[in-house]
Design a binder for this molecule. Sequence first.
Ligand code: SAH
Ligand code: SF4
Length: 440
Amino acid sequence: MENNKKVVTLVYGCQMSERDAETLTEITRHFGYSPSDDIETADLVIVNTCCVRESAENKILGKIGELKKLKERNLDVKIAITGCMVQQPGALERLQKRAPHVDIWAGTHNLHDFSALLHRVEQGEKVAEVWQEPKATLEITPLAEKGKLHANVNIMYGCDNFCTYCIVPHVRGRERSRRPNEILQEIESLVDSGCREVTLLGQNVNSYGKEFSPAYDFADLLQQVNQIAFLLRIRFITSHPKDLSNKLIETVAEGEKLCEHFHLPIQSGSNFILERMNRKYTREYYLSRVKKIHKLIPNACVTTDIIVGFPGETEEDFEQTLAMMNQVHYSQAFTFMYSKRTGTLAAEMEDQIPLDVKKRRLQKLMSVQNQESLELRQQMIGKMVEVLVEGPSRTNPKRLTGRTRGNDLVVFVGNLETIGSLVNVRINEAGSWTLIGEVE
Ligand code: SAH
Ligand code: SF4
């Protein structure tokens, strides 16, 4: 087998998409490919796609267009387009017409079979596989990159929630949880190769294991992961507010390695919009969950996702979202303009909001959040925080960077020998997104 072939893997979208891309890269290793960043000399280019918003799709279509030019310069390069965008009902035919230069099309349910597809392409075929349902759970786990401190670990796939704006359940299928032993073994082997922090991934980790008998839930899994020797920190995303149990909050409060950070997407502060979104909670219920978190874990960080301009959103609804931000004090908010996704219920709703209104609301939301973030971080000045040291800062190589338990970035004066371990840093300065300090 030829051993000097190069693969470039480009990723769009969420951490799940990143994890899938790592798995695809791992599969190509068995075919003699090694990872590279140089597209001009690549033998294979994989683009793992996202379709959660139109803006992501437009970027990817632009990239697929650029790859056509690459193929004209280098006839031998193979191009694979994989993941969510390809999985959308009816998308494959449209994409194939638009991009005949692509060699492999594979949907999210076909990634486990990528080696068979690659084999056929290496024999000179062009292939396209998009199954409507998953036929096997992807159990190929990427080799841990030696010395990499952080890794994402899938604990479940798919989503059963069908929020009316969201394409995810349509392209990732129904919820499937991985067996606890597989997850624990994967984390143990990551730790063996130097990993010290894991983020457990699921569209709604709070419903992990709901199909298991005897009962075993996400909090049970966290308790076991917390026992793994040499692992320093555990994070998890995403928590759907409707399923956030007291048991989970208590587990995070007690688990030494469990970071006190809850990513709790609210999406909207208006009960009318929440109902139209099919989120299955009210603003009052959401606030009661946040209150419970702060009661059990006073220093917990809460972050969120918010959509502006959902169909039917009035100025009053939007004001309620702003009011929610002032009440919860999010340390970070990922804010999005509603994007119409074909096949979802909200795409059929009549009262779509004009783009200029969405843009104005997004701007307002961002400026409120910047101010909130700045105030929260300034409260950290003079305090000691625990930091997992990642390495020299990219912007100032004389300083180190790392993250707090709340996932805040810290730039600080410290010792290179502490990379990979936990240190206590005193915070001297704070911006909206970064803390600056020194090891004491
Ligand atoms: N499972 C996670 C996140 C899924 S997608 C959750 O339930 O929170 C990540 C975020 O993208 C969502 O939280 C939502 O804020 C945003 N999003 C999803 N679909 C969208 C759409 N059609 N338009 C704009 N934002 C969207
Ligand atoms: Fe999408 Fe809602 Fe599922 Fe999250 S919970 S992935 S927003 S349908």
